[in-house]
Design a protein around this ligand. Sequence first.
Ligand code: HEC
Length: 475
Amino acid sequence: MKKLWTAFLLTALITSGCGSNNTQEKTTTKAEKVTKSASFDEKLAGGQLGSETIAFVGAGTANKLWVIDGKYHKLVSTIDAGGPYNERTNKDFYPNLNDTHAIAFTKDFKTLFTGDWYNYDEPSYVIAIDPITMREKWRLPTGKGAHHIALSPDDKYLYVANQHDGTLSVIDLAAKKKIKDLQTGKGTCYLSPTMYWDGKAIDTQYMFLSVESENKVVAIDMKTNEIVKNIPVGGMVHGTNLTPDGKYVWAAVMGAKKVAIINPKTLEVSGEIKLKEGPIHITFSPDSKYGYVTTGGNQIYKINVKTHKIEWSSTGTTVPAHVGVTPDGKELWTLNHGMDKRYPYTLGGAAVSGVQVWDTETGKLITEIVADGVPHEIQFVPYSVFTPKTEAAKESSHGNHDTVSAAEEIFKKTCLSCHGNDLKGGAGPDISKVGGKYSEQEILSIVKDGRGMMPSNLLSDQDSEKIAKWLSEKK
Ligand code: HEC
């Protein structure tokens, strides 16, 4: 056990609090709810149905990616990240590599990337995988200790944070070539993603990189691929994320028990949120109103982005570290570095780990999904990416062919995750007859301004007009 855990800098630094009592309590509440009112489908999903997405998770020591159905909360597949380089020479635990940590998707969801940190003394690999066939497309050596990765907003460059040699590799994706290594510092660690759910890039000129042992966040210009500023944050720092609207950067300053807030335009620290424990990772709600922060002591906080008020806090099980919010904003998934004695066995020689799924409204545990390895980064991808076009959809696209199929494509990419197949609703309401309720103009303003849990400005003006016209004809 020891050996495995010490490979994880993070885990070693966090004293895990005791979450098991709390979890048991919550399991009981969930069980009561199931017997009272849940439908058969809800029961299968652990009490509450999630969103129609497939979640891809870097599963660390298992050298796999987990593939999880987000609606039913079930592990449905795994992808082996080892390829030809995976030799099982370590007899205590099956991987002799150190980590498969990262997940990043191109904005069209057609390629996913992970990093494979195989050996301390050799370069890691970045691996491109086709998420549909789940096959490897290509791999390239980066620096040593590939940890987190992220893409530029235009998907031209892939950045790989090499924790072990303190560099950031810049990969030109069209050329499939590493074009440079920036010297970024000791403990080069986490990169702020430029896309969370919706295929829409966050509007940002800079990539934000945390450098743990040098207590700083590095801003990198993604046009020139140069370091523009080292931003000191006053302590060891890990997760660093932009709000989806691109207005703030939150940095988890574990060493000073605070979230440092950075202005992504001026690159100055503009504020801080003090917490009782050291924060680890951060994510946000799709409307940019709430931040979710995991901390030492297994705590999870929901924090108001404007007022910094803590909306709720919950106790997870054994180091909830990475976090992801579903596209409908309703669930928070924590990627835990272990579970507890409820799973009294090992898998592949290592302790069971998993995901805990929380209700973002109440902070209550909905369910958990366990597997082998230690989960890290997560990306939710809409079902539609994996759904072959149906006969019905093909039929309806004759006639006004171009605009209709363009609108359908837009709907699939941006709206389907919430409004469901055939517009029949999911997290968002049924909009299959919305043309009978609103005029084209009214629909256009809903699409532009958002409404309730529906984010604003999901589309360009032109695409908003196309989809408003298309929806206004659905009566
Ligand atoms: C993150 C989830 C989400 C996404 C993505 C989303 N919606 Fe919505 N949408 C909602 C929710 C939730 C509501 C209900 C809001 C309310 O009334 O509080 C809604 C409401 C609507 C309504 C009004 C429905 C009514 O009967 O009042 C329309 C029209 C609509 N959405 C269209 C779209 C279109 C078009 C897209 C894609 C560009 C889209 N939505 C993407 C969640 C979403």
